[in-house]
Write a protein that binds this ligand. Structure first.
Ligand SMILES: C[S@@+](CC[C@H](N)C(=O)[O-])C[C@H]1O[C@@H](n2cnc3c(N)ncnc32)[C@H](O)[C@@H]1O
Length: 278
């Protein structure tokens, strides 16, 4: 993580209180904090920076489903962007859908060039975080990427550093984001709503941290109505992957106080642009 992340990071137990860096942290030449601790001045909780990643969950941040458990398995984190991820959308949509098509869609909708706090929620290897940081150009602000799984975050940090992208990585739950209400100008979530556990809680949390003029950009999967699709999806649901009908997801967005502004569907893959309602 970088020092500038502290302009936005708040205690996961008390989102009104900013976290502060404890003396003695180890800092690299580019300002990356690689070891040390941050503290909440209100509740005195201390959180370690481990291998450059701020860990707000500690040993109790355990996965709650098979789908989540796979991501804490280091070979899965190593393999994710080296194997499945580049082919994922082409496989799921049945048409050519590489990064060259997906990433401009995400950055075009999120508009990171507006600056401010930009968050990749449940980032895995940080694909969206890197695209958002590249597209931020030099606008004042910072990209923070959050995930439950430490191996995913370590790999994400390594990819970002290889490209010299200044992104902070934080281990936290999507249902308890470490940011003040209304702090984020853009929130991106790629494919994670389906395996995040309490999706209604995560959507409420996105709404809580979204700035009044902010945007949520989401790539998510919905139910396939074909017989073969339904069979596969029933199998996936055993591992904790939820594949709701599109109408159900849109209802969940509205219930969380998010307003659907635009939506594109390619077979089971959906891109949604949301803003704060009311
Ligand atoms: C489908 S992957 C994300 C893919 C990534 N956004 C991309 O576009 O390449 C799902 C990720 O969600 C994370 N995750 C699952 N439940 C979570 C939760 N409750 N809070 C934060 N991250 C979670 C997993 O560790 C995993 O890395």
């Amino acid at each position: 993580m970088y020092r500038e992340a502290l302009d936005w990071l708040t205690c996961p137990h008390d989102p009104a209180t900013s976290l502060v860096l404890e003396p003695g942290a180890q800092e690299q030449l580019d300002g990356a904090l690689v070891a040390g601790q941050v503290r909440c001045p209100a509740c005195s909780a201390r959180y370690p920076i481990v291998d450059g990643v701020l860990d707000l969950l500690g040993p109790l941040g355990l996965p709650t489903s098979l789908a989540q458990a796979v991501n804490v398995f280091p070979p899965a984190a190593w393999a994710y962007e080296r194997t499945w991820r580049p082919r994922a959308l082409s496989t799921l949509t049945g048409e050519p859908f590489g990064y060259e098509r997906e990433l401009p869609l995400i950055t075009g909708l999120a508009a990171p060039e507006r600056g401010g706090l930009i968050v990749d929620v449940a980032c895995s290897n940080g694909l969206y975080a890197r695209a958002l940081e590249r597209a931020r150009h030099n606008a004042p602000g910072h990209v923070i990427a959050v995930d439950l799984a430490m191996p995913m975050l370590r790999q994400a940090r390594s990819y970002a550093r290889a490209e010299q992208l200044r992104i902070s990585f934080v281990r936290a739950r999507a249902q308890a984001l470490p940011f003040a209400p209304g702090a984020a100008t853009a929130l991106a979530m790629g494919g994670s709503l389906n395996e995040i556990g309490d999706s209604a809680g995560a959507l409420r949390e996105l709404r809580r941290v979204l700035a009044p003029s902010g945007r949520v950009v989401m790539m998510h999967l919905v139910r396939d109505e074909s017989a073969s699709g339904r069979a596969l999806q029933s199998f996936l649901s055993l591992g904790g992957v939820a594949l709701p009908a599109l109408a159900q997801v849109n209802h969940a967005f509205a219930s969380a106080g998010l307003r659907l502004r635009a939506q594109w569907r390619y077979r089971v893959v959906v891109f949604s642009l949301l803003t704060a309602r009311g």
